[in-house]
Design a protein around this ligand. Structure first.
Ligand SMILES: [Zn+2]
Ligand SMILES: [Zn+2]
Length: 377
C-alpha cells in the first residue's frame, strides 16, 4: 500500500469492515458518474466524435444513475465505518456535484463549435471495462498474491493511463501522420483490392503477423538506439507488473511505435473491419500480457505471447535484458534469436538496474528530454 493511501486510512487500515473498500469503491463510482455527467453536458469538448453516435444513451443514463446510487451508499458507509473521513467525503462530494449538474437526467449539451476534444468518454469507457475485467482476475488468479491493487507507484501509472486516453485525438492524428504524409506514394490500389478480397479471418491473421513484425523492429530499435531507449526506459521502469503497468509509456514512445507500426498496415490496406478488430485485439492483448496473473497457457504459450513471456521482457535478470520484443507472436523472437523463455519460471523482479527513472508522470515526461544519460539496462 502506498503512503498516500495509507495516509487516507490513518489508524484504520484497509481490512474488510474498516470502511476502506467502501470508500475506494465510492470514489471510483462517484468519479465515473461525475465524468459521465460532464460528457453529457459538454459532448463537443469531452467526447470522441466517431463514438458519440454509437453510445446507447439509455444505458449511459442508467449507468450514471447506478453509479450515483452506489457511490452515495458506499460513501455513506465509509463515513460511518471509518475514522478518517477523506474517502467517504470525497465519494459523497462527487455524488453531490454530479447530481447538482443534473445527474442521470443531465441535458445533452450542444454539439459543434469546436473540432478539438478531450477523450474523457474514451478514458471512462476503458478504465471501467479494463478494471472490471482485470481487477477481479488479478485478485482471483494473482501470480504475486501479496501485491495489492494499489501497489507502489499506481498513481503514476494511472496518470499515464488517464492522460494518454484524454489525448486520444492528438495520439491518433500523430499515429496516422507518418503513413499518410510520407507513404502515400507506396499505396498500390491493385494490391489493396487483392488483400481486401481475402476472407476476413485470413486478413486478421495477416494483419497480426505484419503488425507484430513492424512492432518488433520498432521495439528493438527503442532498445538499441540510445536516445530512443531513454523514452522506452519509462516503460521498463515499472517495478510492479499488472494491467495498469501497461499504461506506463512515454507519449513519444506511444506515437512513434504506433505511427511506424501503422505504415505497413496503411500501405497494404486491410479491410476496415479487420483493422478495427486488430485495434481491439491489440488494446486488450497489450494490457493482458502485463497482468499479474499466474496463468501459463501451456498449450499455446509457444505460439501466442502470454503474460509470462512479456514479464520476462521486464525482468531484472541480466540474461533476459533485450529479449522478447514481440507483442503477439513469440516465434518472431525465436526467428531473430532474441527469445528468452525458461521453462515454467517467472522473473524474480521487474524494472531497471539502479532505478534511474524518477517516479511521477511529469518527471517521467521530462526525464528523456534532459541531457543524455547512461541508463543501465
Ligand atoms: Zn521494451
Ligand atoms: Zn511491457
Amino acid at each position: 500500500m502506498t503512503d498516500q493511501v495509507a495516509a487516507l486510512g490513518r489508524g484504520t487500515g484497509t481490512r474488510f469492515g474498516s470502511g476502506w473498500i467502501s470508500g475506494v469503491l465510492g470514489v471510483v463510482f462517484g468519479g465515473l458518474a461525475y465524468g459521465g455527467v460532464l460528457c453529457l453536458l459538454f459532448p463537443s469538448w469531452l467526447t470522441t466524435p466517431d463514438a458519440r453516435a454509437l453510445y446507447p444513451l439509455g444505458v449511459v443514463r442508467l449507468l450514471i444513475y447506478a453509479f450515483l446510487v452506489a457511490s452515495f451508499g458506499l460513501g455513506t458507509l465509509s463515513v460511518i465505518l471509518r475514522r478518517s473521513k477523506a474517502l467517504g467525503i470525497t465519494a459523497l462530494g462527487l455524488t453531490t456535484a454530479a447530481t447538482l449538474l443534473g445527474g442521470s437526467n443531465a441535458r445533452i449539451g450542444t454539439l459543434g463549435g469546436t473540432t478539438a476534444y478531450v477523450g474523457l468518454d474514451w478514458f471512462l469507457l476503458n478504465v471501467l471495462l479494463l478494471a472490471l475485467i482485470f481487477v477481479p482476475l488479478e485478485r482471483l488468479f494473482a501470480r504475486l498474491t501479496t501485491q495489492p491493487i494499489f501497489r507502489t507507484a499506481w498513481q503514476t501509472d494511472l496518470t499515464h493511463f488517464t492522460i494518454s486516453h484524454l489525448l486520444v485525438q492528438v495520439t491518433v492524428l500523430l499515429t496516422l501522420a507518418p503513413a499518410t504524409l510520407l507513404f502515400g506514394w507506396a499505396v498500390r490500389p491493385e494490391i489493396q483490392s487483392a488483400i481486401q478480397s481475402q476472407p476476413l479471418v485470413l486478413q486478421f491473421v495477416a494483419i497480426v503477423i505484419v503488425a507484430d513484425l513492424s512492432e518488433y523492429v520498432v521495439h528493438r530499435a527503442f532498445h538499441r538506439v540510445p536516445w530512443l531507449w531513454r523514452f522506452h526506459a519509462i516503460h521498463h521502469s515499472a517495478e510492479a507488473m499488472d494491467w495498469l503497468a501497461s499504461a506506463r509509456l512515454h507519449l513519444v514512445d506511444i506515437v512513434v511505435t504506433r505511427g511506424l507500426s501503422f505504415v505497413p498496415l496503411f500501405i497494404l490496406g486491410f479491410s476496415a473491419p479487420v483493422l478495427y478488430a486488430y485495434l481491439i485485439f491489440v488494446s486488450f492483448h497489450a494490457v493482458f500480457i502485463h497482468a499479474n496473473v499466474r496463468f501459463r497457457f501451456r498449450a499455446i504459450e509457444r505460439f501466442v505471447v502470454t503474460p509470462r513471456f512479456h514479464h520476462w521482457h521486464h525482468a531484472v535478470e541480466p540474461e533476459a535484458v533485450d529479449r522478447n520484443f514481440a507483442i503477439h507472436l513469440p516465434i518472431i523472437d525465436r526467428l531473430f534469436g532474441t527469445a528468452y523463455f525458461p521453462e515454467g519460471r517467472w522473473p524474480s523482479a521487474y524494472g531497471l538496474a539502479g532505478s534511474p527513472v524518477p517516479d511521477g508522470w511529469l518527471r517521467q515526461l521530462g526525464w528523456p528530454l534532459r541531457r543524455a544519460r547512461a541508463v543501465v539496462h
